[in-house]
Write a protein that binds this ligand. Structure first.
Ligand code: PEP
Length: 249
């Protein structure tokens, strides 16, 4: 039984007021107890969110991490620092980090290892570009991104990863993968995970991300291999995000 996870990636958006608004709304929201919900605010809001979300089902996540433990890395934060603020999930390999900040597969792996070494959960983002989909290379690209990380992690570490399939052409574009397109890639990822360990493959959570919103969440989440969502734009409006959570619960 896989517990659904809905995670809101605020990217470089939000404010202290939005943190408070989410704390208040989720403090009184009726949500299923058999689901996980997280907000990944910008790093400066972590302390305020830790307090505001204390009596809510919201868990905290971070959008990035440096693989090093400490040192002369101006502007960066380590996994142990995130852990001190009660962070539970950390994105690694988000397509914006891959393309804008040149984080390649080895950088993604190093970040996943750093996150796991602090007992936190990496959300490993994978996904193909539109050109790669048009060239019918979706599975090759996505499964390579998964394998780069999973080949190096040990069996124990693998169990603690969440994977988010996010077609790059669907992120922030308003263009969503159809439930069938998303399900096909999720099923391919789960098959690939089964080559490592069938038990791990059957319990590991696979999220869909890419213009998921209140209008399309239910049909995406109804797919057998979609265990939740990574939500960008629609996680900035509390009513929309709540509605998506309610479709998962
Ligand atoms: C994301 O940033 O991971 C994302 C899925 O964004 P959006 O929902 O806005 O497409």
């Amino acid at each position: 039984m896989r517990v659904p996870l809905i995670a809101g990636n605020w990217k470089m958006n939000g404010s202290l007021a939005l943190v408070e608004q989410f704390g208040q709304a989720f403090g009184k929201a009726a949500l299923s107890s058999s689901m996980d919900v997280a907000i990944l605010p910008p790093l400066p809001y972590l302390a305020a969110a830790q307090t505001a979300f204390e009596k809510t089902p919201l868990r905290l996540g971070a959008q990035t991490v440096n693989p090093e433990l400490s040192g002369a890395y101006t502007g960066e934060v380590s996994a142990s620092m995130l852990a001190e603020f009660g962070v539970h999930y950390v994105l690694v390999g988000h397509s914006e980090r891959r393309s804008l900040y040149h984080e390649d597969d080895s950088a993604v792996l190093a970040r996943a290892q750093a996150v796991l070494s602090e007992g936190l959960t990496p959300i490993l983002c994978v996904g193909e570009t539109l050109a790669e989909r048009d060239e019918e290379r979706t599975e090759t690209v996505v499964l390579n991104q998964v394998k780069t990380v999973f080949d190096t992690l040990d069996a124990q570490q693998r169990q603690h990863v969440v994977i988010a399939y996010e077609p790059v052409w669907a992120i922030g574009t308003g263009r969503t993968a159809t439930p069938e397109q998303a399900q096909a890639v999720h099923a391919a990822i789960r098959d690939c995970l089964a080559d490592y360990d069938e038990q791990m493959a059957s319990t590991l959570r696979l999220l869909y991300g890419g213009s998921m919103k209140r209008e399309n969440a239910a049909e995406l989440l109804a797919q057998p291999d979609i265990d939740g969502g990574l939500i960008g734009g629609a996680s900035l409006k509390v009513d929309d995000f709540l509605a998506i959570c309610q479709s998962a619960g």
